[in-house]
Design a protein around this ligand. Structure first.
Ligand SMILES: Nc1ncnc2c1ncn2[C@@H]1O[C@H](COP(=O)(O)OP(=O)(O)OP(=O)(O)O)[C@@H](O)[C@H]1O
Length: 292
């Protein structure tokens, strides 16, 4: 993603991205048609060492939509999310196979720089993780390391405005980020993520450490951000998925014949339909609380 003269976002290919590999699986049950597919997972398998943690996931992510991933603990939601911007590369023994494309280009192709991938596909974590630096320096961090140092103050302001935090911090930009409340810290992390103008934001349970008021604020913010960004969120909170997302992927876990536990995608559909009329009984059992 590059910033043009008017400050609007323009798509730019990631240097070194080659055309996508052939997909191995048959695709998911539902393809969002309203907007273009930005990220496309096809037949994705993820191992941690010998453990085959996630099996055969196919999932298209549509532009300017919120795609939610829900499911019981340990079914692989975070693992799949991390594979979308190559964060799993940082985990020793983690291996992703199958095809994950960004605008049709394979993000795992040789020659693709994972740091460039993460600049286009940013991430916000479960627990707000501001650096022990000032509010300004937290937001400026990614800009500096990516060489985006022109108009630094303006870019920081825009990111803080985009994360709905500017009015609360504009007079205290030199204050330590660690002095902010939990909800403010999470919005600061969102500002840090959007400062480098990514196209996609991955959010791994961004509200799980927040109180209901701070959670509502982040949910409201997500509905504003989705006008400019494509968002994928992992959440334990089904009500949250139902409230904020356009499409929902329900994951579950099973044990294979060898006794090994693995996660897989059960159903992917428009959020409203998945929650009101799921096509798989396992989804219905989960959303109605009968899962056991
Ligand atoms: N860093 C890691 N090293 C080894 N195994 C891991 C690692 N992270 C996750 N796993 C394993 O992969 C599987 C899926 O875990 P993951 O955290 O992706 O599930 P999840 O659905 O996000 O769970 P939760 O909702 O509890 O966060 C689990 O069996 C887990 O133990």
């Amino acid at each position: 993603m590059t910033v043009n003269e008017t400050g609007t976002r323009a798509k730019a290919p990631i240097a070194g991205l080659a055309p996508g590999r052939a997909a191995r699986s048959e695709g998911s049950l539902f393809t969002p048609t309203q907007t273009e597919t930005v990220i496309d997972l096809k037949g994705v398998d993820i191992h941690y060492g010998k453990a085959h943690a996630v099996r055969d996931v196919s999932l298209p992510v549509a532009r300017n939509q919120i795609t939610a991933m829900i499911g019981p603990s340990g079914c692989g939601k975070s693992t799949v999310l991390r594979s979308i911007n190559r964060m799993n590369d940082l985990i020793p023994g983690a291996k992703v196979s199958g095809s994950i494309t960004f605008h049709g280009k394979d993000i795992y192709a040789s020659g693709v720089d994972p740091i460039a991938v993460r600049r286009h596909i940013g991430m916000v974590f479960q627990k707000a993780n501001p650096f022990p630096k000032s509010i300004f320096d937290n937001v400026a961090y990614g800009l500096r390391i990516n060489g985006m140092k022109d108009n630094l103050a303006d870019r920081v302001e825009q990111a803080l405005r985009g994360a709905a935090l500017w009015d609360e911090v504009k007079d205290n930009l030199k204050k330590s980020a660690l002095a902010l409340s939990g909800g403010q810290q999470q919005r600061l992390c969102i500002a840090r993520a959007i400062a480098v103008q990514p196209e996609v934001l991955l959010m791994d349970e961004p509200c799980s450490a927040l109180d209901p008021i701070a959670t509502a604020r982040i949910e409201e913010l997500m509905s504003e951000l989705v006008r400019d960004y494509t968002i994928v969120i992992v959440t334990h909170n089904m009500q949250q998925a139902a409230r904020v997302s356009d499409a929902t992927a329900f994951f579950s876990a099973a044990v294979d014949d060898a006794g090994e536990r693995y996660g897989f995608l059960v159903e992917f559909d428009e959020t409203q339909r998945l929650f009101s009329n799921p096509s798989d009984s396992r989804t219905e059992d989960y959303i109605t609380g009968r899962f056991g």
